[in-house]
Design a protein around this ligand. Structure first.
Ligand code: GLY
Length: 371
């Protein structure tokens, strides 16, 4: 097992990465949250009868009273309605401030459940048990919790305003058991890989080279390789959020490629998953970085080829109007109204924020992805 420590204003916490962690969740909770008597396990329905049962047994063995709350993971269910259902479940189970909520699944379940935990009785302890690659390397780290809101009716598109309400609340512990990746659909695994590439581009070129060298072992779900991938990638995020938990500066770098990606997702949410949008967004980011004069050698780095070699998409899957994408980019909550803020690279390992991207820079990004 490998351990990554995260610093937070509320409490420092550990991320454990290994391949036999689910069976010891109860024991670790008994050490870290000794006053807990009830454990509410909020779990993605796709793993409720499988991986979750190991956690239930472990919590019961540790003497905790266990309540399971099953959630269907969808962006529509990352909602205040689901949060209220969960709050009512906590109340019905007489959950006290000293008890614990375990959030088990991908980013949707984790964000929604952790939001409910951070607000129920003004906050109870949360243990994150991510079971997707994307959640292990990104969503479960850094304490961001969220639900989506419906877009206002006069907004240019009718989809959800993603992650519009939320909190930043440190978990008590993150347990990433890489065995759970063996039952993850290949498409979801690749989505997580896109976030790993993003972390590599933020951190250093050697990490991307490592992913490329070991891509076969990763596809074959070799637990040692998966553990190393999660450890390396989660370490990049952990270091950044430890330095800038509340996104006053450096944490914004984690949005590399994401302004393009969020716009793509908002228009093509039926066709493109988040990690796929991130991959396409990274291609746009590299072209925009070159057009801005930040990364003159970007084309020589051949990011589109490298992403495609990992099985990731590098172009929009269908024709999309560039004007609509630009309108969606202007709505991104990371920017100021009407101004497009982009995280770009000055080279691998050297991210920065361009506060008001010009039309020429945005167009270069959109051209590169076929908009
Ligand atoms: N996923 C970006 C962040 O946690 O800040």
């Amino acid at each position: 097992m490998q351990v990554i420590s995260v610093q937070s204003a509320q409490c420092n916490y550990d991320i454990h990465v290994g391949d036999a962690l689910l069976q010891s969740v109860g024991k670790v909770i008994a050490q870290k949250i000794p006053k807990a008597r009830v454990a509410v396990l909020v779990v993605d329905q796709s793993i409720a009868q499988t991986w979750a049962q190991e956690v239930v047994a472990s919590l019961q063995d540790a003497g905790l009273s266990v309540v399971q709350h099953i959630v269907k993971a969808s962006e529509e269910n990352k909602s205040m309605a689901e949060v209220e259902k969960l709050w009512r479940c906590l109340l019905a189970a007489r959950v006290q401030r000293s008890d614990v909520l375990c959030a088990m699944g991908g980013g949707i379940v984790g964000d929604m459940a952790a939001f409910a935990a951070s607000t129920y009785m003004r906050g109870i302890a949360t243990v994150m048990i991510p079971t997707t690659l994307l959640a292990m390397v990104d969503a479960a780290i850094g304490g961001k919790t969220a639900v989506n809101l419906p877009m206002p009716s006069d907004a240019p598109n009718t989809n959800l305003a993603k992650n519009m309400a939320g909190t930043i609340c440190a978990p008590a512990w993150v347990a990433s058991d890489v065995r759970t990746l063996s039952t993850l659909p290949a498409r979801e695994f690749r989505c997580g890989l896109a976030e790993c590439v993003k972390h590599a581009l933020i951190a250093d070129a050697s990490m991307l080279a490592w992913i490329e060298t070991h891509s076969e072992g990763l596809r074959a779900m070799d637990p040692a390789r998966l553990g190393e991938l999660v450890y390396r990638s989660a370490s990049v995020k952990a270091a950044i959020v430890s330095r800038d938990e509340h996104e006053q500066g450096e944490r914004a770098h984690l949005n590399l490629g994401h302004t393009f990606a969020h716009a793509i997702e908002s228009l093509l949410h039926d066709q493109v998953h988040h990690g796929e949008a991130v991959s396409i967004g990274l291609v746009a980011m590299a072209a925009a970085s070159q057009a801005a004069g930040w990364w003159p050698e970007a084309d020589k780095f051949q990011l589109p080829k490298r992403l495609a070699d990992l099985g990731l998409p590098v172009k929009l899957p269908c024709a999309v109007d560039a004007g609509q994408l630009k309108s969606a980019m202007k709505l991104d909550k990371k920017g100021q109204s009407g101004v497009v803020r982009l995280v770009l690279l000055k080279g691998v390992g050297h991210p920065g924020v361009l506060d008001a991207a010009s039309e020429q820079v945005i167009n270069a990004g959109l051209d590169a992805i076929g908009a």
